[in-house]
Design a protein around this ligand. Structure first.
Ligand code: ADP
Ligand code: MG
Length: 484
């Protein structure tokens, strides 16, 4: 205990001044504290000790009031210890040494020790002189836990269309509502449809409106990473407490928590604790709660208690809208025909759509040529081809059967009645149009039919589409359903 007097004097100006002068603890007091320190491990258990108590350091003793002053490294830690363990610790002290009548916990910050750093304290010689090291201040910890937000992911840059209207409205409600409108908000949808964008838009909007709010935005993977690390470092208590101190908890791609039982367990408890404290929770996933496999039943059902909003696959209109907005943002010169072409062809995800636009913009810049439809097709050749491959005959059969209210078996059956045969022909036609499969391959997929049957079907439907508006419309609807 070097410089104790100096430290004590310094502290006096920051903390309440206690009666009498602080003295360097006598050898007797020191020994008592050391014993208490060791006993705390037994009394509270190793885990609690490591998370909260091992950082306590003896600072001073005020003989006049019998006050033992120990320090915690952060305010958060001090409050926690005070609330949960101080009474017991004092009893232990008094039991060993009657002169100790009061316990005072002060904050003596150490040089910034991040939650992240590996500066472990072994605590074994846990004693008066042990240098306190610990988790950083809670706000910093949450900031550090949180994944960084992408500045581009705002409400302003989010194009609203039919497929995402519900999710968008729900997200706005969460931001604007003075109280918690639903808990949790569960957003789900396929890859690249805007879940992360929407989540981060919520986070940015909340922190703009209410900067004091502690927002934790984490991918499920990162959540697991921190979880496992805390477990390994015996910092579980601190980790839990950190999670539970946030105002808004957002976990992106929760499907990745599936299968890891302990993490799920912890997540579940955190979830409940936060809901109990009326804190907002926002979750995203690639599937609805009921379809999330690998999740414990009670967690799954808990997730659907609030509002479940899905983001549907994009429509042509939304894709075009996004491309137009993106063109404006990027300030690039791209003709409408190119945007329409992209919106028509690239239907899988918005991420791919953006990628395609970026690519042709880059190409135009490098080549010095204006963007045109022909060059676009060339530049995106591989992408477009890969894309066309994606639709399978199975999918087509399913969609067609769905559209006409048939069973999928009807696609393979030999039944020839018109109400089955015509849809089957449409499915064959679409298979030819939308997949790279050959006529014999298609025939095989339709109950082992001959390639001439397929060819006939293709011609028939082409012909009918010219004459029969109903058929033309049906084919168009199914095609759209398949391509986006
Ligand atoms: P997800 O998380 O669902 O996989 P992202 O949120 O990462 O998808 O979105 C993929 C890309 O598409 C991002 O660059 C995002 O900005 C963009 N995006 C998605 N939806 C929209 C939208 N409605 N308006 C504008 N951009 C969008
Ligand atoms: Mg995402």
């Amino acid at each position: 205990m070097k410089d104790l007097a100096a430290k004590g004097a310094m502290k006096k100006s920051m903390e309440t001044v206690l009666p009498g002068d602080p003295l360097e603890p006598t050898a007797e007091i020191k020994t008592s504290w050391e014993k208490v320190y060791q006993n705390m491990k037994i009394e509270f258990g190793e885990a609690v000790f490591r998370s909260w108590l091992k950082h306590l350091t003896l600072q001073a003793y005020y003989p006049q009031s019998g006050t033992l002053e120990v320090s915690a490294p952060t305010r958060f830690m001090r409050e926690w210890v005070e609330k949960h363990y101080a009474e017991q610790v004092l009893k232990m002290c008094t039991g060993l040494n009657e002169d100790i009548k009061e316990l005072k916990i002060v904050v003596v910050p150490t040089n910034v020790v991040k939650f992240d750093t590996d500066a472990g304290v072994d605590g074994s010689n846990g004693s008066v002189a042990a240098k306190p090291k610990a988790a950083a201040d809670i706000q910093a910890v949450i900031e550090e836990l949180s994944s960084p937000l992408d500045k581009r992911f705002t409400f302003e840059s989010f194009v609203v269309g039919k497929p995402n209207a519900l999710a968008h409205a729900a997200a706005r409600r969460v931001v604007e509502s003075p109280s918690i409108p639903f808990n949790p908000l569960f957003l789900y949808g396929g890859v690249g449809l805007g879940k992360t964008h929407l989540m981060q838009a919520i986070a940015s909007a909340i922190s703009e409106r209410e900067p004091e709010k502690k927002i934790l935005y984490l991918s499920a993977e990162k959540f697991m990473y921190h979880f496992v690390r805390s477990l390994r470092r015996d910092e579980m208590m601190a980790f839990k407490e950190q999670l539970r101190s946030v105002d808004v908890m957002m976990i992106d791609d929760i499907q990745f928590i599936g299968g890891k039982e302990t993490t799920q367990e912890e997540f579940f408890h955190t979830f409940n604790a936060l809901v109990d404290q009326n804190k907002q929770i926002i979750i995203s996933a690639d599937k609805s709660p009921s379809d999330l496999t690998g999740l414990e039943e009670r967690l799954r059902s808990r997730l659907s208690w609030g509002l479940v909003a899905d983001i549907h696959p994009t429509t042509y209109d939304l894709r075009l809208g996004i491309l137009q907005s993106k063109r404006e943002q990027l300030e690039i010169d791209v003709p409408e025909s190119v945007l329409e072409f992209l919106a028509l062809k690239i239907t899988s995800s918005i991420r791919e759509l953006e990628g395609a636009l970026n690519r042709i913009a880059a190409h135009a810049e490098v080549s010095g040529q204006p963007v045109m439809l022909e060059t676009t097709q060339e530049v995106l050749q591989d992408l477009l081809r890969a894309h066309d491959r994606r639709i399978t005959i199975d999918e087509i059969q399913r969609k067609v059967a769905e559209h006409y209210n048939l069973r999928i078996q009807d696609m393979h059956s030999v039944r020839r009645s018109r109400n089955v045969a015509r849809p089957r022909q449409i499915a064959m036609y679409l298979s030819k149009q939308l997949t790279p499969r050959s006529l014999p391959e298609i025939g095989r997929k339709f109950g082992g039919r001959d390639h001439t049957t397929v060819m006939h079907a293709v011609r028939k439907i082409e012909e009918l589409m010219g004459d029969d508006a109903q058929i033309a419309q049906d084919v168009d609807i199914i095609r759209r359903a398949l391509t986006g």
